[in-house]
Design a protein around this ligand. Sequence first.
Ligand SMILES: NC(=O)c1ccc[n+]([C@@H]2O[C@H](COP(=O)([O-])OP(=O)(O)OC[C@H]3O[C@@H](n4cnc5c(N)ncnc54)[C@H](OP(=O)(O)O)[C@@H]3O)[C@@H](O)[C@H]2O)c1
Length: 338
Amino acid sequence: MATASPPPSGKMRAVQYDRYGGGAEGLTHVEVPIPAPKKGEVLIKMEAASINPIDWKIQSGMVRPFLPWRFPVIPACDLAGEVAAVGGGVSGFKLGDRVVSINFPSGGGFAEYAVAQASLTVALPPGVSAAEGACLPLAAVTALQALRAAGAGLGGGAEPKNVLVTAASGGVGHFAVQLARLGGHRVTATCGARNLGLVESLGADEALDYGTPEGAALRSPSGRRYDAVVHCAPAFPWSVFDRVLADDGGVVVDITPSPAAVATALLHRVSFSKKRLTPFMFSPNKEDTELLVDMVRQGKLKPVVDSSYPLSNAPEGWTKSIGGHATGKVIAKIGQEE
Ligand SMILES: NC(=O)c1ccc[n+]([C@@H]2O[C@H](COP(=O)([O-])OP(=O)(O)OC[C@H]3O[C@@H](n4cnc5c(N)ncnc54)[C@H](OP(=O)(O)O)[C@@H]3O)[C@@H](O)[C@H]2O)c1
């Protein structure tokens, strides 16, 4: 087992908020002490962090009843950069290793240094940039786990399914389309008109504009009924899914479950319908992140970056993500990558 290495001393630049609400205007530029990795943690000299909606939902106070927060908060959970120090008991990493990790839900990525559990940290191979790596631990892992939960994972000989991905141009959706296709499934996807070509290029064999009546009704142009839906768009009434799901066990895995969706899920447990809705929450996972990093290395999986912002301009990236119209991921580039 490795002994702890001393962290760099001194201060670092960071962007933080110190109360609920305020959006980008609630973010301030500060200088704070470089954190020291505790037992089992690594300290990462940051090169890239990606912004996920959960980061600004936490700031908005949306999850306050479940997860009361201690301020100030340096947000952004997805981390990529170089190992700058290791805490006690960490093996497998040395100073200078390029890594990607996740510190969920605490964050820390809007800073020059951030800590993460070594048990969730993955080596970044040559050829995979820090920005590409930072796209993966939350959004791509969610896509992979949601597809598995819907019975439409990467397969290995399983029956191909008719899969629908909603909000297929978003951070999670664009990975779900690619992974469903890599799993050998038939993929229908919804997105805005401007992204129909992109979503098809990622592997959707049918793309629906959510601004049209057919798209809003999730109706497949070829008349497919869906065995598996990975629902990444804002809430839809159950009646919309009910009309397009396969009768013999079509399932919606809802990554944005509303209270109504949770009620629907409970009702279905006691009904005779074989159709189901499953509220879903991802779980940070080292093996899944490793698998996805390797798929990027092999050129099988392509992270799409909507836009990148230097740390000095991270609030602009925050605003972009809050707007809900990113195509792929929004990235903060830090240090040499800025
Ligand atoms: N449960 C979990 O474990 C989990 C994990 C990750 C994320 N999430 C949640 O899942 C949601 C999606 O996350 P994300 O990172 O993919 O968000 P995102 O990147 O912000 O999604 C933005 C995309 O959604 C598209 N979109 C918006 N409304 C749509 C609609 N009605 N139909 C089709 N596309 C639509 C937008 O297209 P246009 O620009 O064309 O409008 C845009 O490309 C968020 O609410 C997030 O909090 C949950």
